[in-house]
Design a protein around this ligand. Structure first.
Ligand code: C5P
Length: 209
């Protein structure tokens, strides 16, 4: 049972993927972390995240970096979005994600291209989205709670920029798979969104028999 959860920044896909994994007892991979670690490693080594060779070298990050809380920052997200445009980076991170997806017993992966590239054979594909304004509001609340001093307008601008980069790149752009179920959570509270996603997976499981 492979569950692919894709969607733009701050759509809630990570929370939804984690809830699905808990509910169905499946291992979960947040694939964005791999790109965040690559961007962080490239930058810490003094490399240029926009240069393909430097960014490719960044994919050899130490495994311990994945637990570094600094990867969760907006800066790390922006670096991730820049290294993720390079086909060589995506190729270098492909097998690791594919192996995770195809492990015996199944898995849940969240990202941008899980249903289209990493696991086009996934049993369930969800594309979680919400309006830019709503995603900015959620991210702004989260950042403010952590003591961040960004304005709502700045957060919205950053999210719009990240969306544009993720959707317009030539290699594995952010887009729903043809057979994905679109879950627009703009008007949903967190728990409602989780419930709708879990129901979609349960339905797919029943259909499989
Ligand atoms: O999901 P998260 O915000 O952690 O992802 C950070 C960035 O990594 C995204 O903006 C995107 O550019 C890139 N990414 C990707 N493919 C994935 C996951 C993330 O290109 N499967």
């Amino acid at each position: 049972m492979i569950v692919a959860v894709d969607g733009p920044t701050a759509s809630g896909k990570g929370t939804i993927a984690a809830a699905i994994a808990r509910r169905f007892g499946l291992p979960h991979l947040d694939t964005g972390l791999l790109y965040r670690a690559t961007g962080w490693q490239t930058s810490c080594a003094g490399g240029d995240v926009d240069a393909p060779a430097d960014a490719l070298a960044g994919t050899s990050f130490p495994a311990s970096l994945l637990c570094d809380p600094r990867l969760r920052t907006e800066d790390a997200g922006a670096l991730a979005s820049r290294v993720s445009v390079h086909p060589a980076v995506r190729e270098a991170l492909f097998q690791r994600q594919r192996d995770f997806a195809t492990q015996p017993g199944g898995a849940v992966l969240d990202g941008r291209d899980i249903g289209t590239v990493i696991a086009p054979d996934a049993d369930v594909k969800l594309f979680v989205t919400a309006s830019v304004q709503e995603r900015a509001r959620r991210r702004w609340l989260e950042l403010s709670a952590r003591g961040g001093e960004f304005s709502l307008a700045e957060v919205e601008r950053d999210i719009a920029r990240r969306d544009a980069r993720d959707m317009s790149r030539a290699d594995a752009p952010l887009r729903p798979a043809m057979d994905a179920l679109i879950l627009d959570t703009t008007a949903f509270a967190r728990e409602q969104a989780i419930e709708a996603a879990i129901e979609a997976v349960a339905q797919a499981m029943r259909a499989r028999g």
